[in-house]
Structure formats: C-alpha cells, structure tokens
Design a binder for this molecule. Structure first.
Ligand SMILES: [Zn+2]
Length: 293
C-alpha cells in the first residue's frame, strides 16, 4: 500500500456517522452502512448520482481527443501569482505532509502541472475526490467527507468549490474535519467561462470567499489574487473561440496552440495584481483560513 493511502486509513471515517471504519470490510461497524469500491479504490459515498458519475469515468472509452491529450498534454491555462506561490510554499513548511502526525489532504484538485510538480515531492499527501485525471486514495464527496472530525492539518481545494451544488455544506464539512489550528487553502474562480466537470454552479468575488468561510467559523489569514485579470481576459477570448468548434480533436489542438501563444501575456498580471483594479477582474482568488484553537 502506498504512503498516502496508508495515511488516509488513520483518518478515514464513515461519511454517515463520522465514526472510524476499516476499509477492509467496507461496512461501517456503527451504522452498518455498506459502501462501494471501484477499481480497487474505496468509495465511501452516499450520493447515488456521484456514484454513477464515478462509474461513468471508469468505464468510459478514450475518445480521439483524449488520446491526443495523452500524447500532448495541455499546459496550465492559469499563471499563479507570486503571493499565492509564496503562501503554498509557506503552508507546506508549516504543515509538512511527510511528518508522521500531520495529515494534508488535497480535495479533488491538483490536476494542473503547477500542482503536480509541488505535490510530487510529498508522497504522503492524501488525495480524495472524483478525479477526471490521476489517482485518488479514496473516492469522496466534498459535501459529505469520509474523514474523522478534527483530523486534518491542511486542506487544499483548488477549483473545486465552483463545481459543488451546495458549497455551504462543503465548507461546513471542511470545518468539521480540520483540526483546531489547522488550515484551509482554497482557490475559487471569479471571472471565467462556464466549464463542466461535470457541472459548474457558481463564482465568488474576493469578499464573497471571505464571507463564505467566515460563516462556517474560519478565521481568515490571507486572501488575494491567484490568477490575475489578463489571465481572465485571455481565457475568455480563448474559450469564445474554442467552444465555437464542435469537433473535439480540432478544438483540443486549437486550445493547445492558443494556450502556448497567449501564455507570455499572462506575466503582465505580475504588475496588475498589485492594484485594486486587478481584484475587480481577476480570474480567481485564493483564501487561507484557520480553524480557531
Ligand atoms: Zn457509519
């Protein structure tokens, strides 16, 4: 068993009664609820629609577009701000995923090369969610986390909250599962086109993010622009062009070319992110909050 899955076993719990349960028998000894397993990966999930979605992801045959994607992967469409990079580095030093008593969880996110590179250094970092790319240690529903209360030291949630039908419930679950003194680092889009994974429900302003997490008890440490206004404008233009093309493989190749061509302009955000103007038009924001002791 790999390191991250081993670590998950320490904090895994039944999403129905929140009590510790063993993954061996897939049945909670307290509430007797039995959970599924897909491809040898446990899925402690109650929502039948999410289970259907996982089955679809696993059974789906690769399209021509996906085969091209495997050969020529898409570079990151976003450029992370210097302040967000600094924070990610700082919190991974404070809450070291490799330390024995420290549990760092990546909730559903981290498919970009930016995160892949950072997370590859931490093989004890737990990943749960419904992945469209890469592996998870357990399939999980962000609105009903299969984790014990007060067990997580640091949660990463990048571009996940916009895809949840009930973000309030998800943030209350983050608050329940994080240890007192533990951290949540979230990235949520503000200006951006509709994107399906498989559904897209909401956007947040910089004040909206703070208010969302505050409502559930978190104390804000920092917030700011993660990807800036030029990034937002370029992605809108790119989406407007690409989405007009109905044929998947050509759509992918054009998106690939536009991402490469437009990428250098995104560095202008290193200047614009410093001004208030940047906050009015940013692509997405980051939020770092702490659960009070
Ligand atoms: Zn139970």
């Amino acid at each position: 068993m790999n390191k991250s899955r081993n670590k998950l076993m320490d904090i895994l719990s039944c999403p129905t009664c929140h009590l510790k349960f063993s993954s061996d028998n897939k049945t909670c000894t307290s509430c007797k609820k039995t959970y599924s397993e897909y491809d040898g990966i446990l899925a402690p999930i109650n929502d039948s629609l999410i289970q259907e979605e996982i089955k679809k992801i696993i059974e789906k045959e690769k399209t021509i577009k996906e085969k091209i994607k495997d050969l020529i992967p898409m570079p990151d469409e976003r450029l992370w701000s210097q302040s967000s990079k600094k924070i990610i580095k700082k919190i991974l030093l404070e809450k070291d995923p490799q330390a024995s008593n420290c549990y760092v969880v990546n909730m559903g996110s981290g498919v970009e090369s930016f995160y892949k590179k950072i997370f590859s250094k931490h093989d004890s970092l737990i990943r749960i969610g419904i992945p469209h790319e890469g592996n998870v240690d357990a399939f999980g529903d962000a609105m009903q986390l299969p984790l014990r209360s007060n067990s997580v030291d640091l949660f990463f949630s990048s571009s996940v909250i916009e895809h949840l039908p009930d973000p309030e419930r998800a943030v209350s679950e983050l608050f329940r599962t994080i240890k007192p003194g533990g951290l949540i680092y979230a990235e949520i889009p503000f200006i951006g086109a509709y994107h399906m994974a498989p559904n897209d429900y909401q956007r947040y302003t910089i004040s909206g993010i703070e208010s969302l997490f505050n409502r559930h008890g978190f104390e804000m440490n920092e917030k700011g622009i993660c990807s800036g206004p030029i990034n937002a404008l370029l992605l809108l233009v790119q989406h407007a062009i690409v989405e007009a093309i109905p044929f998947g493989p050509i759509q992918y190749i054009l998106r690939l070319i536009l991402t490469w061509v437009l990428h250098p302009f995104k560095y202008l955000d290193y200047v614009f992110n410093r001004f208030k103007w940047g906050e009015f038009l940013a692509c997405n924001f980051y939020y770092l909050g702490r659960k009070p002791l």
